[in-house]
Ligand binder design. Sequence first.
Ligand SMILES: [Zn+2]
Ligand SMILES: [Zn+2]
Length: 642
Amino acid sequence: MVSISLPDGAIKQISIGSTLLDIAQSISPQFAKKVLVGSVNGQLKDLSCIVEYDCAVKFYTWDEKEGKETFWHSSAHLMAEAIESLYPQVKFWVGPPIDHGFYYDIDFGAQHLSETDLLKIEEKIYSLLQKPVDFQRQNISKKEAIDYFTKKGDHYKLDLLEQLQDGSISFYHQGNFTDLCRGPHIPNTQFIKAIKLTSIAGAYWKGNEKNKMLTRIYGISFPQQKLLQEYLIYLEEIKKRDHRKLGKELSIFTFDDDIGQGLPLWMPNGTIIIEELEKLAKETEHKQGYFRVSTPHIAKESLYITSGHLPYYQESMFPPMEMDGTKYYLKAMNCPHHHKIFNAEPRSYKDLPYRLAEYGTCYRYEQSGELFGLMRVRCLHMNDAHIYCTKEQFASEFKLVNDLYLEYFKIFNVDNYVMRLSLHDPAKLGQKYINEPELWKETEDMARQVLINSNIPFVEVQDEAAFYGPKIDVQIYSAIGREFTLATNQIDFAQGKRFELNYTTKDNTAETPLIIHRAPLGTHERFIGFLLEHYAGRFPLWLAPQQVKIIPISDKFLTYSNQVLAQLLEQNIRCSVDTRSEKIGKKIRDAELLKIPYMVVIGEKELESQKLSIRKHGLTEGYSLEVQEFSTQLISEIKSKK
Ligand SMILES: [Zn+2]
Ligand SMILES: [Zn+2]
């Protein structure tokens, strides 16, 4: 007998030769039907795996990440089988699961594949699913594996085999398909009830642009047809909310070849949003005692040598420009500039915590293939700040920063968020991590305690901290549940020393401050990209570039419309009159397409009664108010930021 410990602490005795599936069945046959993969002592294994020694066993269904990933990776094998039967000359590289689904990188030889071919492949997959088959594992010697793929003329798999150790190599078979894979997989293709090949793209072999371009086919699969339907609706919603599409439709930002890739131009509408966000940041930071500063966009090489950006971060910086025999770099981060401001005057413990904030413009070199709308750019405006404090002040400062995050989440209706607390590994002190064991322990404990006390959902990850201190990555989810990495909140006990920052203590000695780097609103680029998706372009009144559109029914009402306009402008409300000689229906439709929060229609009745016919975006019922009442209502709505 072998004894198995389960996650709930239960110990089970099973007979030697039992598989993971046997164990799942002994727990409950109902449960066993849902189980996709298991793990033995933390290592994922096929359910057909025989348990030969005492160990800890865990099972995963579709509801767990491990279950989904195994499901999707197995689906990639199934797709490969369909593709190989349609295009026998193909060669496969790798087919991993991703956040939503899977892909496979494939060499189709001379064949050029288009989106319509995906339907053909999909059909083939469904016909294969008519006769479900097991995923079977076969351990194989390196020599046999090499022979197999040499015969097949597949240099991609031979390349993979080169890095593998004899004795650790396995093939997986399903139907007529064999793949080199370490597994695990789901037991049988019958679990796959729905599959959709979503897109096709080019991908360089091994991600290297000097290599051949392979065809990457993306897909997603589900254990129920219903889940696929839901996913397709979600995809439609994502398309509608695509920040690049909305950014163009709503004239938020644009790109121009003569400016350069990854360098967005903010149009008047986008700039209004930027200014509102900065106003919000200014107000909230002011209440927390921050000072605003402003720093140049370039600095000398020596600054970045001190900061350590050169040479470690050089790849992400724009190449230097030379002037008067000195190299200057565009700034990739604001921190070094702020440290210089800290050091510009003598500081005492009475000055701490010293909080410097700047919506700093940074420039980062991203490969052109990595650029993506506003999400990955080469010029970014960061909601940056650095807090210089004593060890004793750290916990309360860190709490203030977290409160700021929570305050912003409330304002922007972000109710789904997670913080990832990345910790160091004590075994790597002095190598991967700065050798300050006490400080690590203290700051990590304090950060954890603050997160717990603030009721902030968080996960801890070992061995992921920055070199100079623990960090907290903030993940937020948009209204349709898509994840965005917002910003990093970092604790730093290295930069202070590098920049020889110090303050005079009570006892008149010099001490280095701790530094907190924080950027709760991330960058304008990423945050506005997020907001476009989150609100589907329907910005709340306080952020909306255009708040009110006044629509005269005909030119006859222009004079009165302009009077109303003047009254609203007087109250700082962003509005304009649609003076075009278009039909009223078109004017209304256009204002709706621009997602302007309020429309005011002015005709005979309005002129006579001196009241406005008001309609809120998205509502069919209108109402009427006097101009004064309307502007009071707008001002209070703007103030509430709802
Ligand atoms: Zn596999
Ligand atoms: Zn910083």
